[in-house]
Design a protein around this ligand. Structure first.
Ligand SMILES: C[S@@+](CC[C@H](N)C(=O)[O-])C[C@H]1O[C@@H](n2cnc3c(N)ncnc32)[C@H](O)[C@@H]1O
Length: 220
């Protein structure tokens, strides 16, 4: 971590004060208390729109399960969000569930069908991984059967469901808003903040490889 801090200090010399401050301000609002997982969402624009909502509302990690398709991100829809959100990719839904459980998340399947919990009644105390499914089939049986709970946005119209990215935006906005107004310890740790500052600063400097090699070759 000491070396990371020295490197960060060095690299921050190559970006503006405004940029540095913007990173700090945004990181103040980032959280890993909630994470989002999308399962086999073959339409790239939907995954990209979900990622954009994660970025805008401060969710730092997006988990992408792709058992059937290869490309997941449409950069024209993501509008650069892919640069600031961490994407964890999985080729298997069970692995994704296992990894997230080990990290301490409860697995919550979002679904228009199951009425076990309405969005506004959801207890936000525990770290939660929110799973979203495809337009046609929704979430797989694997995820539905392994979930610790189900979450539903109440609907009063004729149509059976919302679009995945619309439902993700509604759920993420509601839950992160409640989180920010709670006493829950939801912020990134100091070490996580340093790691992201380093990552984002690296992504901002054009000739980063050259700049970093100069730091590494300097006598310490
Ligand atoms: C178009 S819906 C899938 C509909 C699919 N025919 C089904 O039976 O689940 C796509 C995804 O959006 C989310 N979703 C849609 N409407 C929702 C609602 N009212 N509450 C919670 N999630 C919803 C779920 O993650 C769902 O898997």
């Amino acid at each position: 971590m000491k070396k990371d801090l020295e490197l960060l200090e060095y690299l921050e010399g190559f970006i503006s004060e405004n940029r540095k401050q913007r990173f700090l301000d945004i990181l103040e609002n980032r959280t890993k208390h909630f994470t989002v997982a999308v399962e086999d969402v073959y339409q790239m624009h939907n995954t990209s729109a979900v990622m954009r909502s994660c970025e805008v509302f401060g969710i730092q990690e997006l988990n992408v399960i792709e058992q059937k398709n290869s490309k997941t991100i449409d950069k024209q829809i993501a509008l650069g969000a892919e640069k600031w959100v961490d994407i964890n990719e999985y080729s298997n839904n069970k692995t994704c569930i296992d990894v997230l459980r080990k990290k301490g998340y409860q697995i919550i399947a979002t679904t228009p069908h199951n009425e076990s919990c309405f969005l506004h009644e959801y207890d936000i105390t525990k770290p939660t991984a929110l799973f979203f499914g495809t337009e046609k089939e929704g979430l797989s049986e694997d995820v539905m059967n392994n979930a610790d709970g189900y979450l539903k946005i109440p609907m009063v119209g004729f149509t059976e469901s919302l679009n995945i990215s619309v439902s993700a935006a509604i759920i993420i906005q509601d839950l992160t808003n409640r989180l920010r107004n709670s006493n829950i310890d939801w912020k990134l740790t100091d070490d996580e903040i340093i790691e992201k500052r380093l990552d984002w600063t690296r992504k901002t400097i054009k000739n980063i490889d050259f700049v970093e090699s100069r730091f590494n070759n300097e006598p310490k």
